[in-house]
Design a protein around this ligand. Structure first.
Ligand SMILES: NC(=O)c1ccc[n+]([C@@H]2O[C@H](COP(=O)([O-])OP(=O)(O)OC[C@H]3O[C@@H](n4cnc5c(N)ncnc54)[C@H](O)[C@@H]3O)[C@@H](O)[C@H]2O)c1
Length: 257
């Protein structure tokens, strides 16, 4: 990777969160200058200081804020050639008939509209320079049924959006792929275990590897997708789930363990 003023620029939305922060650290170590975009201003600023990057406080669901953020990153760092759309509104399991309409709107605004704005507005800088690699964060809930009533469909939309951008921009030098994590032990997920909202042991039993995913393991795959080592990979949906999806039919026969 190039160093100094020629280092390439990557933008990570949700960069202050669990997988986002692991990704920011991975990219910084690999020689990228990283813009940490998050609505959590203090966490974004602390991480940007740690990695020598730029913090931008933004709500990804706001077109005006995202336009301003894209202009600021381009002005201070230059055009990005790496983009990770990781910010998302998470959800707890419930029945569809109990869906809170406000939470539905927040999830669609953040996960669907926010991811689209991220790709459209930061992707413009890649179109300008004729190259780049984009990674969206889906989820295994995009790929099968789950009780995450609004979150799952919002992530399925991200998988579809990823393929649309991959084909629309492939001949313009831009690759677009979706990483779909399974249960990943981020600080937010650990807090959810501690509150009893999820049971890590139940989740662990559904994996092929017999363990949950670490944020750094998702970051490794994202980093690879932003690197030239994945130069022929585009429009792909890549689960990083310790084998949860592969294990599902095994539950008919007593589970994988
Ligand atoms: N952790 C998991 O088990 C898991 C599983 C599947 C998919 N994912 C996906 O991976 C990505 C990262 O997840 P995570 O577990 O690190 O989540 P996290 O909650 O730890 O981090 C998400 C970050 O996004 C930020 N954010 C939320 N809404 C925002 C908004 N409107 N504007 C700007 N920033 C906003 C939050 O402040 C937070 O820093 C998400 O897209 C998530 O859906 C996570």
């Amino acid at each position: 990777m190039q160093q100094g003023s020629m280092s390439p620029v990557a933008v990570v939305t949700g960069g202050a969160g669990g997988i986002g922060a692991a990704t920011v650290r991975h990219l910084a170590k690999s020689g990228w200058r990283v813009a940490v975009l998050d609505r959590d201003e203090a966490m974004a600023a602390a991480l940007a200081t740690e990695v020598g990057g730029l913090a931008v406080a933004v709500d990804i669901s706001s077109r005006a804020q995202m336009s301003a953020a894209a202009a600021r990153v381009a002005e201070l760092l230059g055009p990005c050639t790496g983009l990770v759309a990781g910010a998302a509104h998470l959800e707890n399991p419930h029945a569809p008939e109990n869906q809170d309409p406000d939470e539905w709107d927040r999830i669609v605004a953040t996960n669907l509209t926010g991811t689209f704005l991220t790709l459209q507005l930061f992707g413009q800088h890649m179109l300008d320079v004729g190259r780049g690699s984009i990674v969206t964060l889906g989820s295994i809930t995009a790929l099968n049924s789950s009780p995450l009533v609004a979150y799952g469909p919002s992530k399925a939309a991200i998988v579809a959006m990823t393929r649309n951008f991959a084909v629309a921009w492939g001949r313009k030098g831009i690759r677009v792929n979706c990483v779909c994590p399974g249960p990943t032990r981020t600080p937010a997920v650990e807090a959810s275990y501690a509150r009893g909202e999820r049971d890590p042991e139940v989740m662990r039993r559904q994996t092929a590897l017999g363990r949950l995913v670490k944020p750094e393991e998702v970051a490794d795959v994202v980093g690879w997708l932003l690197s030239p080592q994945s130069s022929a990979v585009t429009g792909a949906t890549i689960p990083v789930d310790a084998g949860v999806l592969a294990s599902q039919l095994w539950n008919l026969y007593g589970g994988p363990g």
